[in-house]
Design a protein around this ligand. Sequence first.
Ligand SMILES: [Fe+2]
Ligand SMILES: [Fe+2]
Length: 298
Amino acid sequence: MVVMVNIGEADKLRIYTLAEDYAGYNSPFLAQHGVSFLIEVGFDGNKRRILFDTASYAEPILFNMEILGIDPKTVDMIILSHSHFDHTGGLLGIMKKINKEIPILAHPNIFKVSFAMEPEFMYAGIPPLRGGSKEEIEKLGGVWILSRDIIKLMPGVFTLGEITKEEKVEFERSTTISLYKLENGKIRSDDIEDEIGLAINTKKGLVVIGGCAHPGIISMVKKAVELSEITKVHAVIGGFHLIEADNERIQKTVEALKELGVKRVFVGHCTGLEAEALFAREFGKNFEKLHSGKVIEI
Ligand SMILES: [Fe+2]
Ligand SMILES: [Fe+2]
């Protein structure tokens, strides 16, 4: 693992929820299955915009961007948290609007063939017609930066890279979803090793963002803390894929978040109603449900 000597600190952080499974109450925004965040980071008088995930479809994201007054051309880089269609499906449509040279950060296994077999066969990876092929995205200006290792993007901002089995906390070593992948024509169980997260060190502490948090949100937060040596965690944001988890795992997740001293939780997407209800009870006003159009100011 690469050790970062100085991760630095972001001066400002604002996160726009461009796509989420919930539209919000009385909101003009469009919902869809998946997540997409526009992460606006301020440092040393500069402002950068990171597009984190592209949900299932580009159109509702572009619609929401217009309401929020965000020009797709102002996006400086893209991060794909993992290969699943509800995080990569909007890539082609959005790249057509961005249409400039732009880094796209992801895990080297982002293009793998993964699928579910229950209740029926379903391809789970990048959908070719909506997400585009590697080459199509390159033709539109995308520069693939495929890394298992962490990458520092700007002061305070770094990707978490692959969360290895050894790095995971005990209770998160199994996935909460049954998927398979092909390796040289053989079927293997898919432990979704391709999920990378993002961490931002702010004046208030670390903010950790996951797509589905398939490696486990606790393991992701712990890695961010270890890499940065910043022990204060201000917020965790994303889908935590506890929708198929048993009560014990949900309970342990909440306990571990509290033990880590996480102050605020912003959850939605694949977190599931039961986990969300427990988060709401345990975190009170520091729990916030994500929805399309929600703007988070840190
Ligand atoms: Fe997801
Ligand atoms: Fe996923």
